[in-house]
Design a protein around this ligand. Sequence first.
Ligand code: ZN
Length: 121
Amino acid sequence: MSITPRIVISIAEVPEWEDEAYLKRAFRLEVIHQVCQCTEGCLASTCACGTLHLNEDIVWIEREYLDGNRFIPIVMDFERKAQSIICYRLNDILVEKKSPCGCGSLFLALEMKRVELAREG
Ligand SMILES: [Zn+2]
């Protein structure tokens, strides 16, 4: 038996590139969509082009830049009713995409890399 989903969405962590490549091959898809949902909020999701964008309509994310395009996100979620997330510095490094996304979204586009801060040394 084989299945042919129209869309596959990875939730929570960004998948390893090997896993993403496997899923693309297995389901004959060009894009594995992603929703970066964690305790701190629903931080980012992919658009129709497959680019990961910050969900700047529901969370405010300050950027503590490490260089020209890598930054540590500091999250503020003003919509929560419990477990406030205010100026919460994540243990991740996000990489800002320098070329605009074809979808036309004004929300910040990210490279599909998410590096644990601890691994940076
Ligand atoms: Zn886009």
